[in-house]
Design a protein around this ligand. Sequence first.
Ligand code: F1P
Length: 350
Amino acid sequence: MKPGAMTLREVYGQPETWKHCLKFLDGFDFGLLANGKDPQSWEWLFVGCGTSYYLAQAAAASFIDLTGFPARATPASEILLSPQLAIPPKGAPAFPVLISRSGHTSEVLEVAEVLKRRKIEFIGITCDGNELAELSPRTLQLPVSEESTVMTSSFTSMLLALQYTAARLSGNSGFIQALHALPDALERLLPGYGPQLEEFAHCSFDDVAFLAQGALYPIASETALKVMESSSSYAQFFHTLEFRHGPKSIVSEKVLVGGLLSEAGYAEESAVLLEMKKLGGRTLAIANRITADVRSSADLSIELDLPVPELARLIVYVVWGQLLGAYVGLERGFNPDSPRNLSRVVTLAG
Ligand code: F1P
């Protein structure tokens, strides 16, 4: 198989994968999954590793936005190494949601064992199933089979499923309807912006920083991770307005600054991107609507134009980072299908 062919097939295949997942979710029994764990009385605590940890952060933000109640995210390692901080003894009891594409990651399985010993009920969200599905009294296993080492359609599908769950729990059928509009929307966007990103990956830059605010911040984190994993290059992520407080010192013509711009904070966030362009940086702007000043300033602009609530757009924002990572990797002679130093699952000796 040509280098990167598998990863690119899985990224471009996301409209179909999402349609498949939505059909599955429309028939899924959420009562069993969330029974007796109302977010009003239980703090949903999302747990994962790597990409699945950034997914946990986006899921927590989605739960807070859709239910109005507190929710949190933590890496699995924190529950193992700082349990008193990850699951504090007082306050609303935690209801952990363990997220793992493979269902086989050692840290996640160890957390499942710890929770079972402490008689703490939890949910397992997974694609491959494996031990996590066996260990979880409550499981949501998605019909997504992903071969690549890097997580792409599994990330977007599991986030889609967790947003769907939050919308079901809060009786928000309008939001679920909006999620159903996403597959066709991405199908419309890919043929135009895919080749532009492939072209854009030809311009060389040494460092990359992705910026975002709110529920988009975990998406900027995952975007940076995709560039790191698929192209073995250095990428960072910051809250957009935080970038002025020091990190902008790295900006030069050899640095790409990518802005995942929200609608709510567009004016403030785009001002940072325009400022970094003036400092000589290369810029990439991704937003639902792009204004003329940003379009004329940015080296590449991606306008999503999605007629859905801001929160429902998260999984469409991340696709462009998935593609940029793969194309930069190919441009640098790497094979994104087998990233340097990485395995599909991290298993630690017992
Ligand atoms: C999590 C993960 C991936 C990473 C690599 C190793 O896997 O860290 O995020 O890209 O594939 O595994 P999982 O627990 O979600 O299977």
